[in-house]
Design a protein around this ligand. Structure first.
Ligand code: SAM
Length: 393
């Protein structure tokens, strides 16, 4: 009786506190000395980006953003990579050019490559660029530079009733960019709501057809509303876009025809769990659900891989720092696919991709597979883990 009494009268420990305890225990082991810096980033205000709506009248908004010194980080990355390509085409080492007029910085090169003379560095740069047949999409996304913590103003309606921009964590765009959608691709977004990544996919105007799915009816409703507020009706016709509401784990049984599949799974949403009591996965009543997340993630990734056609690409992503939800899920999925389905999958090296965007984000250099954006006080995006897998057979 007394323990029942205690259980009902003791003040409830806030979920955010439980989350912090859990992260302190696990992430201090996973990240060692880096954890205090990641922790303070996670507990501080997150940075956003403004994904410009290509389907709205946005000249004024863009002018205002540029006056505030916000930069389109995708455009900036493209300019730097073009500059490097010029350097290589000219046959000189990046170091030679750095003293010249091109703005080529050390950050373009991987810091982990030893500087044993110009040769190694230049060769590395060349490899990076050769690997990066990355086809920059037509999307504009403004961020404030490292150290600038200005905020964006809310989106505005244009004369056609479309919103000017969508505020999201800039790191959330990386899984979409890593998918590298090509014109004419058939694309599946398996866990799509509320729709930030779906919207980015639509902004590219490269998909022949996009299927956006989510298990939750209410969240699928939000996805519908986001799309209606940003995208012209003709691009939402069934021939271009299909929104479905089913359990992604059952997808493989229906079809396996996609060129590109995005599997942006439910996770411990680390930042949300530390800051918001509402809908917190660290609530005592949700312990089982939290503990079974890696299994759900594994099943979703397997379904995504089976939905891709051979040679198709899948990007797996979470907004958690947890190795159990990130690398372990990816490695286990590759194993299960081979052993249980006879399907071979290759994990792609994204280090060139990290090179393209490391002026904007802090990437962790200790992932066995995939890439992880770490929250940092001066560039407080993420966490965002993403890993690209190619289906071989
Ligand atoms: N991609 C979304 C975006 O960019 O806005 C965010 C996706 S959120 C991280 C994960 C989503 O997975 C949630 O909307 C949740 O409803 C959905 N989900 C959970 N279990 C699922 C399942 N079994 N099948 C499909 N979706 C699921």
């Amino acid at each position: 009786y007394s323990s029942l009494f205690m259980a009902t009268t003791l003040p409830r420990i806030p979920c955010t506190k439980l989350a912090l305890r859990n992260f302190d225990m696990n992430y201090s082991l996973q990240f060692g000395d880096r954890w205090p810096s990641i922790r303070i980033g996670l507990l501080s205000e997150q940075k956003y980006c403004a994904l410009i709506n290509n389907f709205a009248q946005t000249e004024k908004v863009i002018q205002e953003l540029e006056l505030l010194n916000a930069k389109d980080f995708i455009y900036e990355s493209r300019q730097r990579s073009l500059a490097l390509e010029l350097v290589i085409a000219a046959g000189s080492s990046p170091k030679d050019e750095r003293s010249g007029c091109l703005d080529v910085q050390d950050e373009e090169l991987r810091p982990d490559v030893p500087i044993d003379g110009d040769g190694a560095r230049a060769e590395h740069t060349q490899t990076v660029l050769l690997q990066s047949s990355f086809n920059y999409p037509r999307i504009k996304c403004y961020t404030f530079s490292k150290g600038d913590i200005s905020r964006f103003s809310p989106a505005r309606l244009d004369s056609m009733g479309r919103l000017s921009h969508y505020l999201m964590d800039a790191a959330s765009l990386l899984p979409v960019l890593a998918l590298d959608v090509q014109p004419g691709d058939e694309v599946l977004d398996l866990c799509a709501a509320p729709g930030g990544k779906t919207l980015a996919l639509l902004q590219m105007e490269r998909c022949r057809h996009l299927t956006a799915n989510d298990l939750s009816t209410s969240r699928t409703g939000r996805l519908h509303r986001v799309i209606q507020s940003y995208v012209p009706r003709e691009l939402c016709a069934p021939g271009s876009l299909r929104i479905t509401c089913c359990d992604g784990r059952d997808w493989a049984e229906e079809e396996s025809t996609y060129d590109k599949v995005l599997v942006d799974v439910p996770c411990t949403t680390d930042r949300h769990s530390l800051l918001e009591e509402e809908n917190n996965i660290f609530h005592k009543m949700r312990t089982k659900e939290r503990q079974s997340l890696p299994m759900l993630q594994l099943e979703l990734l397997i379904a995504g891989l089976l939905a891709a056609k051979p040679t198709g690409d899948v990007v797996y992503s979470t907004c958690s720092l947890s190795q159990l939800q990130n690398e372990y899920v990816v490695e286990r999925a590759v194993e299960v696919l081979a052993v249980e389905y006879g399907v071979n999958v290759r994990i792609e090296d994204l280090s060139f991709f990290r090179g393209l965007f490391q002026d904007t984000f802090y990437f962790f250099d200790g992932c066995r597979v995939g890439e992880l954006v770490l929250p940092h006080l001066t560039a407080n995006f993420g966490p965002m883990y993403f890993c690209k897998l190619r289906r071989i057979t």
